[in-house]
Design a protein around this ligand. Structure first.
Ligand SMILES: Nc1ncnc2c1ncn2[C@@H]1O[C@H](COP(=O)(O)OP(=O)(O)OP(=O)(O)O)[C@@H](O)[C@H]1O
Ligand SMILES: [Mg+2]
Length: 255
């Protein structure tokens, strides 16, 4: 499968007739473990459209923040508010791809079909959704292969395709290219770009500056459990407002 096979696979736009979940507003969110405060008084609003990147060094709290947003963790203080809380609980509302995704002991296609079934996608729609997701990931030729024999990059594309097959309004990606080489990283980034173009809101974390520069419309810069800076991506990279962000951009940040 060539590089261009991924970019040629154009997914259909997500329907916009569903009630909008966004904005997602975090109001004074903290998270603690024992006596340790791991996230401290996070106030953020994620709006529709822009691809939001949570950027920060290892241990900054990116995974915790994404899990709190997706509802996998409860804040010790503050609240995580969707504009339509009932809609946010629907199976096709939001999906997440983990830093280390777990694939089922099934074929590539079987992994996607399982997600479609659990996500209550109508049976008649499943074959088309499956083909679309496989094409988006550049995995059509590998549909029958056991998922666990795929390379790391292919597995990550499958995890992304499986999440996107539900056509979620919001897709959380936690370090989607950690442990991938530059070529595999590029292919995942192309896929993220294709998903973004369907209108799916993407909120992703990374510690990779190059990736943030390539993908982000807006940045949430996290350091030691606090949001240090937020803003439009180009402005953040050109003129960071804080010394901490400037140090991170220069590779001088110690943590
Ligand atoms: N359940 C927990 N109990 C105690 N400490 C935790 C728990 N979960 C996370 N931490 C700590 O909170 C901090 C932030 O963790 P988190 O996984 O969110 O960082 P991260 O920014 O995603 O880092 P990385 O880039 O390495 O993935 C880390 O110091 C981690 O050890
Ligand atoms: Mg993490």
């Amino acid at each position: 499968m060539t590089e261009s096979a991924v970019s040629r696979a154009q997914p259909t736009p997500t329907r916009t007739t569903r009630p909008s979940l966004l904005p997602l507003v975090l109001d004074g969110v903290s998270f603690t473990a024992g006596r340790q405060t791991l996230l401290n008084d996070v106030n953020l609003a994620f709006n529709a459209g822009a691809l939001s990147v949570v950027l920060g060094p290892n241990g900054a709290g990116k995974t915790l923040l994404i899990k709190l947003c997706h509802g996998l963790l409860r804040p010790a203080a503050g609240s995580v508010n969707w504009s339509d809380p009932a809609a946010a609980r629907r199976p096709d509302a939001q999906a997440m791809v983990f830093q280390r995704p777990v694939l089922l002991r099934r074929s590539v296609a079987g992994n996607i079909l399982y997600a479609l079934r659990v996500g209550r996608v109508k049976r008649a729609q499943r074959p088309a959704r499956l083909q679309e997701a496989l094409a988006l990931a550049g995995l059509s030729a590998m549909a029958a292969r056991p998922a666990r024999v795929l390379s790391g990059g292919e597995q990550q594309r499958l995890a992304l395709a499986r999440a996107w097959a539900l056509h979620p309004q919001v897709l959380f990606l936690d370090e989607p290219t950690a442990n991938l080489d530059p070529a595999a990283t590029r292919r995942v980034e192309e896929m993220v770009g294709s998903i973004r173009s369907t209108g799916t809101k993407i909120i992703m974390s990374t510690h990779d500056l190059g990736q943030a520069r390539r993908l982000a419309d807006e940045i949430v810069f996290l350091h030691q459990g606090s949001v240090v800076e937020t803003g439009e991506a180009a402005a953040f990279f050109e003129r960071p407002l804080t010394q901490t962000a400037a140090a991170f951009l220069d590779g001088r940040l110690l943590w």
